[in-house]
Design a protein around this ligand. Structure first.
Ligand code: ADP
Ligand code: MG
Length: 257
């Protein structure tokens, strides 16, 4: 199993060793209604998969099923080659980090405390080790100068960086992003996307649900188009955006591009 501890190059750059993520015939339902149906997908280690598709097509549900915020009905989720559906959900969430549209930071804690809390409370690190780790992660996301600010004193983009730093502090093997920039003012979107592209370059395995087609085209190794709970097309960005095979994808692209 990959340890996925953050390592650094001689130049001090953080590098990641993401794990492979494989979905096999994954079906996820709310009650009787299957909103994700028979999704199979391979995300090789250190690659980025962008998921696009209309509102209500099951993108968020897919991510929630992967880290078992919502238990899949059938199929399998494999991390580093091993099924994780029988693991304790809390253990799984240490290995798969998730970043949401709304940052879900603790409002009464500083940026530093928000990032240090889980390594200290959940992973049992000493307070000082958790603090040092949080400082490193916050510097990495460009917030070295703002560690003692509370969320309300940070911009939306900075809050989202704190949320990303908080996920990274758990040394995840995979990062899931659910429309991480959709709630941001337009001028703040670029900085967060750049940070996500950097994580990708440094070897993190990522699944990114996004409406940012420019990001998907530039950063993704593969793009998944979902519609009505199904994967309709998967391919490299050039194929998905320049040579869509299905009418459903062509229609979707004509509406968003
Ligand atoms: P997307 O993220 O692509 O917009 P979602 O995964 O949020 O799509 O939703 C997929 C479908 O599941 C939609 O029809 C939505 O109404 C339904 N859905 C989402 N969350 C719930 C829920 N908690 N209970 C019941 N149905 C839900
Ligand atoms: Mg969604």
């Amino acid at each position: 199993m990959s340890t996925s501890e953050a390592k650094t190059t001689a130049a001090g750059e953080v590098v990641y060793e993401g794990s492979s993520l494989d979905l096999q015939d994954l079906t996820i339902a709310y009650g009787e209604v299957e909103v994700v149906r028979n999704v199979s997908l391979s995300v090789p280690p250190g690659t980025t998969t962008c998921v696009i598709g209309p509102s209500g097509s099951g993108k968020s549900t897919l991510l929630r099923g992967i880290n078992r915020l919502h238990e899949p009905k059938s199929g399998d989720v494999r991390l580093a080659g091993r099924s994780v559906l029988k693991d304790k959900p809390d253990d799984l969430r240490l290995r798969i980090g998730m970043v949401f549209q709304h940052f879900n930071l603790f409002p009464d804690h500083t940026a530093l405390e928000n990032v240090a809390l889980a390594p200290w409370r959940v992973k049992g690190q000493s307070r000082s080790a958790a603090r040092r780790l949080a400082e490193d992660r916050l510097r990495e996301v460009g917030l070295g100068e703002r560690m003692d600010h509370r969320p309300r004193d940070l911009s939306g983009g900075q809050q989202q960086r704190v949320a990303i730093a908080r996920a990274l502090a758990m040394h995840p093997e995979v990062m899931l992003f659910d429309e991480a920039t959709s709630a941001l003012d337009p001028e703040l979107v670029k900085g967060v996307l750049r940070l996500m592209a950097e994580l990708c370059e440094r070897g993190m395995t990522m699944v990114v649900v996004t409406h940012e087609m420019g990001f998907a085209r530039k950063v993704a190794d593969q793009v998944v188009f979902m519609d009505e709970g199904e994967v309709v097309e998967v391919g490299p960005p050039e194929q998905i955006f320049d040579d869509p095979h299905s009418d459903r994808l062509r229609t979707f692209l004509s509406e968003v591009l």
